[in-house]
Design a protein around this ligand. Sequence first.
Ligand code: SAM
Ligand code: GPP
Ligand code: MG
Length: 294
Amino acid sequence: MTSTETGTAVSPSAFVPSPATAYQGDIARYWNNEARPVNLRLGDVDGLYHHHYGIGEIDAAALGTPEDSEYEKKLINELHRLESAQAEVLLDHLGPIAPGDTLMDAGCGRGGSMVMAHQRFGCKVEGVTLSSTQAEFGNRRVQELGIADHVRSRVCNMLDTPFANGQMSGSWNNESSMYVDLHDLFAEHSRVLKVGGRYVTITGCWNPRYGQPSKWVSQINAHFECNIHSRREYLRAMADNRLVPQAVIDLTPDTLPYWELRATSSLVTGIEEAFIESYKDGSFQYVLIAADRV
Ligand SMILES: C[S@@+](CC[C@H](N)C(=O)[O-])C[C@H]1O[C@@H](n2cnc3c(N)ncnc32)[C@H](O)[C@@H]1O
Ligand SMILES: CC(C)=CCC/C(C)=C/COP(=O)(O)OP(=O)(O)O
Ligand SMILES: [Mg+2]
């Protein structure tokens, strides 16, 4: 069953829990109403639904040429492959995770990365999102996959989760840290992670070398109602919350091919220029940070 068949268009009455702030209520409504083809048609490829971007080189042989009758389908497959490759790189940085461990996906979206984490490690995965629509979608998917006993989404503020101190062997933010204050965020990750646990984030951040957020960064903030942080803020907030970086990787060159291919597709959303131009002028970076809870 694909998302377009299940009618993911959202009823206006979709549940918005009492958010901690008016802003979180706005973000809940954004995601309760989001149903962009660029996300649903990519997820329909294999049932892994992502709300993050891709990394890696384009597979020209798999893509073919625009003259091919199947080109549109091959382009969707290729964009989705790159988005799943991005999640694989995030999981690569979680370190050794055992089937008896539990992971937390902070800002889990429709849950594609959680399914991939369970399929890779055999572990439990707890996901939190402000969107009841996303939580219901993700839980429906894991029911269909028969892994609901291991993977669960819930409507919950990632800054105030119900999980026990030290419960998590690993946790991550995959393109969700730009919606919260980083000190509040890393304080909660530090609380739920066990000592020696691993935190990973992949995020877009503005580049302190550029000086201040560029107009492109401002466009991205307005487009998603988010608040992109600088790279410096991530490292400072981690240091203040017992998270010591183990790896800091600039993935900007790795994500450009995805954006340049996406910009040629019929699925464009209008934000492609801001990402491409800000990556190229150096004002915006796509970064992975992995850190140990000490
Ligand atoms: C761009 S989506 C990323 C989803 C997912 N990480 C992925 O890679 O597909 C951002 C997510 O962050 C969630 N989010 C934003 N602020 C949040 C908060 N304060 N608490 C929990 N989730 C939040 C949104 O509900 C949404 O699911
Ligand atoms: C790197 C940064 C700053 C990301 C902002 C968070 C975000 C909205 C990610 C993609 O979600 P999506 O997959 O729903 O977006 P789109 O509709 O553009 O594919
Ligand atoms: Mg997307």
